[in-house]
Every structure is written in structure tokens, then in C-alpha cells.
Design a protein around this ligand. Structure first.
Ligand code: GRF
Length: 195
């Protein structure tokens, strides 16, 4: 696949994807990068790898990505809403990773440490990650994959964040691989990952 990564944070998930490509665990290429936070860690990673970078506000973003033959979009720490036109231009080809078990701990304001703080405050026994399709509403697209992590009594939000990141870095490339292999199917409105 010809992937465009959207990210505005540190970029550790972006790095995990690039690493999987370098190690030939994935056969895709990252051909474009989009951010709304110039200078963020993720953008530095893109620069280092010479990946063509666009600002989220740039006009003709869809055309630019289509010209580069982008056929899959991976959001990895990107908080801006994508408009309907963009989503329709890449139907069922945009995925996001969320550091909690949706539909719990999703929606506006639920991102990054806010989530982990809230989860710990509520004394949850477990949290986890969700990889889902992106639609016009935050965190409401069809769920593709979820995995839990246990929360121990003494875990604070930093320990939880670390556990979640580790899981994300393992699972995001794994799910992308399933798309490469055309093993992610929507059957009767539900997502199934074939073996
Ligand atoms: C991840 O925890 C992801 O779930 C969320 O944003 C965070 C990005 O982290 N959507 P990083 O920039 O990949 O380190």
C-alpha cells in the first residue's frame, strides 16, 4: 500500500510503522506525511526519512495525496477532525489508533494523558487500545481491533501510558499488515479480520 501517515505528536507509533517497513514485516511504503503541528516529533521523523510532508491546512490536500497515489491513511496521534469530503475520498481506507477501549474513554477531550488519568482515577481494572475506521465523528468509526492491558493497583497514569504505547507499537503494524493482505473485511456491518 502507499500510506500517508497523519500525526502531530511525538511520533512513536509512526516510528514503529517505519521500523516494521525497514524490517520488511510490512511491504507498504509511507509516501506522505501530514501534520497540523509543524516541528512536532513526528514531523522530524518524516524529515529524517525524506517523506513528503504536508500541512493539514494546505489546499488541495486530497489532490496532492491522490497524485502521490496514496491508497491508505494511518492516523497516529492526530486530533483534528477530517471532513466528510476527505473521508469519502478514502472510503474505508482511513484508520486511527486510540489509547483506550472504545466506546469507553472516547470523544472530545479524551486523548493522551487525559484518558489515562481518568482511567486510573476511576480505578479501572484494565484499559487497552482500539484501532478503528475513521468517520466524521470522533472515535465512532467501526472497530477493527481491540486489546486489553491489566492495570495493577499501583499503576499510575505514566505506567499505564507506557503499557499502552508498548501495545500500540506491536499491534498497529500487525493490523496494517492485515490490510496489506486484504484480510480486513466488513461483513454484515461488522469488521472481521481473517486469519
Ligand atoms: C497514541 O497513544 C495514540 O493512541 C493516540 O495518540 C498517541 C500518539 O502517540 N491517538 P505517538 O505520537 O505515536 O507517540
Amino acid at each position: 500500500m502507499r500510506i500517508c501517515v497523519f500525526a502531530s505528536g511525538k511520533g512513536s507509533n509512526f516510528s514503529a510503522i517505519l521500523k516494521a517497513i525497514d524490517e520488511k514485516k510490512l511491504s507498504s511504503q509511507v509516501v506522505a506525511f501530514v501534520t497540523n503541528k509543524p516541528g512536532c516529533g513526528a514531523e522530524l521523523i518524516a524529515k529524517e526519512k525524506d517523506i513528503k510532508t504536508f500541512h493539514f491546512n494546505s489546499s488541495d490536500l486530497i489532490t496532492s495525496l491522490k497524485n502521490l497515489k496514496v491508497d491508505f491513511i494511518v492516523l497516529a496521534g492526530f486530533l483534528k477532525k477530517l471532513d466528510e469530503n476527505f473521508i469519502n475520498s478514502f472510503e474505508n481506507k482511513i484508520i486511527n489508533i486510540h489509547p483506550a477501549l472504545l466506546p469507553s474513554y472516547g470523544g472530545a477531550g479524551m486523548y493522551g494523558m487525559n484518558i489515562h488519568k481518568e482511567v486510573v482515577k476511576n480505578k479501572e481494572k484494565f484499559s487497552g487500545i482500539t484501532i478503528h475506521f475513521v468517520n466524521e465523528n470522533y472515535d465512532e468509526g467501526k472497530i477493527i481491533f481491540q486489546k486489553k492491558v491489566d492495570i495493577h493497583k499501583d499503576d499510575d497514569e505514566n505506567i499505564l501510558a507506557e503499557k499502552i504505547h508498548k501495545l500500540e507499537h506491536e499491534c498497529y503494524p500487525w493490523v496494517i499488515k492485515k490490510f496489506e493482505e486484504d484480510k480486513v473485511k466488513i461483513i454484515n456491518g461488522k469488521v472481521e479480520i481473517l486469519n
